[in-house]
Design a protein around this ligand. Structure first.
Ligand code: GLN
Length: 193
C-alpha cells in the first residue's frame, strides 16, 4: 500500500515514519503527479495558511480535491483546517471538502498547547494520548459527519465523513500508532462514498 503525505510544510516526516512503521510505503507529495497511484493521503499539521498558499502556487488545489473525492484522506491539525468546508475566513485557500465548520484558533493564547487522554471509541477502550498544538476545533458538523472524539467540555476534536478523516491534534508525535492503523485500514478499503 502506498500512502502519500503532503510535504509542503509542517510535520510530514513524522507521519511518514508512522506509515512505514506500519508496513506501508510513504510517498512525499509536492506536485500533482506525486498523487498518482496512491491509496490514501495524509495532510499534516503545520501552518494552514502556508500550506494553502503553497498548494495554490504548486497547482495542487484541484488535484488534491479530485484525489480526496476518490480516496481516503486524513487531515491532522492544520490539515483538518485545510480539509474543512467552512473555516469562517474567505481569503484563506482550503480544499473545502469535509462538511464541518472549524475554528482555527479554538483554544486561544492561554492554552496554546496541551496534552490530554482522549476516548476514541473507534480505537477501543484504551485512551489515546493527544497532543494539541495551537489546535483548531470543530464547531459544527454536517449530517454525513460522524464525531469520533470530544474533549470533556464537548468540543469536537476528531471526525469522519466516509473516507475523510480529521483530527485536531498530532497523532504522529506520540508512540501510539492506532490512528495511523485506523487510517491505513480506510485506505485498504478504498473509497466508501
Ligand atoms: N494553528 C495552526 C493553523 O492555523 C495549526 C497548528 C498545527 O497544525 N499544529 O494552521
Amino acid at each position: 500500500m502506498r500512502i502519500g503525505v503532503l510535504a509542503l510544510q509542517g510535520a510530514f516526516i513524522e507521519h511518514e515514519k508512522k506509515v512505514r512503521e506500519l508496513g506501508a510505503e510513504a510517498v512525499e507529495v509536492r506536485l500533482p503527479e506525486d498523487l498518482e497511484g496512491l491509496d490514501g493521503l495524509i495532510i499534516p499539521g503545520g501552518e494552514s495558511t502556508t500550506i494553502g498558499k503553497l498548494a495554490v502556487e504548486y497547482g495542487l488545489i484541484e488535484p488534491l480535491r479530485a484525489f480526496a473525492h476518490e480516496k481516503p484522506t486524513w487531515g491532522t491539525c492544520a490539515g483538518m483546517i485545510f480539509l474543512a468546508k467552512d473555516i469562517g475566513i474567505d481569503r484563506q485557500p482550503i480544499l473545502g471538502l469535509m462538511d464541518m465548520q472549524v475554528n482555527r484558533n479554538a483554544f486561544g493564547r492561554q492554552i496554546d498547547s496541551f496534552e490530554v487522554d482522549l476516548r476514541i471509541s473507534a480505537l477501543g477502550e484504551k485512551p489515546f494520548h493527544a497532543v494539541f498544538i495551537r489546535a483548531p476545533a470543530v464547531t459544527a458538523v454536517g449530517p454525513g459527519v460522524e464525531v469520533l472524539a470530544r474533549l470533556e467540555d464537548g468540543r469536537i476534536v476528531a471526525a469522519q465523513s466516509g473516507h475523510l478523516l480529521a483530527t485536531a491534534f498530532h497523532p504522529e508525535l506520540t508512540n501510539d500508532t492506532r490512528l495511523h492503523a485506523y487510517f491505513l485500514h480506510l485506505a485498504r478499503n478504498g473509497s466508501q462514498r
